[in-house]
Design a protein around this ligand. Structure first.
Ligand SMILES: [Zn+2]
Length: 366
């Protein structure tokens, strides 16, 4: 088993009290710059409302209307600071940096509005946290442009954040994700992702956990493991695999380019990954991202998200995986959610899974 490259973590604070943490390889410069901004206003009120009819929480965060929207490259808040431009990152350069979102949907003070009580609203739901993860100090890079060592450092960062955030007793689930592409409403071009620590388990992960439980009761077997084994056996929808990971287009793919990436060994969350699994993830993930961009010869607007087991309570049968939804269905056409998807919750897929898997395999740079 190869030893992983070391990570040096430096915790700091921004001028308004928000936390910032640098993740660097040990030979990087020391991170000691002070945030000298004096014009930061903090707007962090948000509340949870229970939609009793569908049984789901809605986060109401009106202050997010004020958030930075497509700033000029020279005013990017995720670039390092310079002598005349202060940003969210006080240092003059960085490798990976994580800070609390200035316009968070969830904070430690988020709580359910009293009128949400009744109608079977779950009790004691409060708190949460939203973080921004900057992958590089290069404004014009994308995750696909990172070298494997930087992508590994990003994964090591996601692991450490998961470890830190799950210690919070209010946090019930942690979603590590990236939205990429102006086409789908991304407001900052700088390569970055986000982490939402929710005080509840979201409906999609709840539904998956329920399916896993029912399948185990009926068949005495693990649903994730059986799905992975079936995909590997058939190979028809597999995009790329190595001894530790497999990336495939799910049988009932919803998005034009829909990929699930699984560690072959079941892990409830990222903190359970072992060194050889961590070091082999980056080359595989980068090859998937680059294939997604190569399919139509232009950047694929996408959402990439880690589904992880609930942070507290029963994690039996949890098997963390990454899900990528690529929205481009043709060189100049995007998939939008229309009546059937938005109103009926029934997906109509434009590209059969076998076809998108074959296109991605062909686009792999070998
Ligand atoms: Zn930038």
């Amino acid at each position: 088993m190869d030893a992983l490259p070391q990570v040096r973590r430096t915790d700091g604070q921004l001028a308004d009290g928000r936390a910032i943490t640098y993740y660097d390889r040990p030979d990087a410069p020391v991170r000691s710059a002070t945030d000298l901004r004096t014009d930061l206003s903090v707007a962090t009120s948000s509340e949870l409302r229970w939609d009793a009819l569908v049984g789901e929480w809605v986060v109401v965060a009106g202050h997010r209307q004020e958030r930075t929207y497509h700033p000029r490259a020279s005013a990017c808040p995720l670039c390092p600071s310079t002598s005349d431009q202060w940003t969210e990152i006080p240092e003059r350069d960085y490798q990976v940096a994580v800070f609390e979102n200035r316009f968070p949907a969830l904070t430690a003070t988020t709580s359910a509005v009293p009128s949400a009580a009744g109608f079977d609203a779950p009790d004691g739901i409060a708190g949460g946290r939203c973080e921004v993860v900057c992958y590089s100090d290069r404004h014009d890079a994308s995750a696909a442009d990172l070298d494997p060592d930087r992508m590994t450092l990003v994964l090591q960062t996601w692991i450490d954040r998961t470890e830190v955030l799950r210690r919070d007793p209010h946090v019930q689930s942690i979603l590590v994700f990236e939205n990429r592409g102006r086409e789908i409403g991304v407001t900052l071009d700088h390569p970055h992702g986000q982490i939402y620590a929710y005080p509840f388990v979201g409906p999609r992960d709840r539904a998956i956990a329920e399916r896993v439980r029912t399948y185990r009761e009926r068949h005495g077997r693990d649903l994730h493991a059986d799905l992975i084994a079936a995909e590997v056996r058939s190979g028809e929808r597999v995009v790329v695999a190595d001894p530790h990971w497999v990336a495939f287009v799910p049988f009932a793919a919803r998005w034009p380019f829909h990929v699930r990436i699984y560690p072959l060994r079941p892990v409830a969350d990222l903190t359970e990954l072992q060194p050889d699994e961590i070091s082999s993830f980056a080359p595989l993930y980068l090859s998937v991202l680059r294939a997604l961009d190569a399919v139509f010869g232009r950047s694929m607007p996408l959402i990439a998200a880690w589904h992880q087991g609930a942070t507290h309570g029963d994690r039996t049968g949890s098997h963390a995986f990454m899900e990528i939804s690529g929205w481009r269905r043709g060189p100049d056409r995007l998939k939008y959610l229309a009546g059937s998807e938005s109103a009926g919750g029934v997906w109509i897929s434009d590209v059969p899974a076998e076809r998108s898997a074959a296109m991605l395999r062909e686009a792999l740079i070998t």
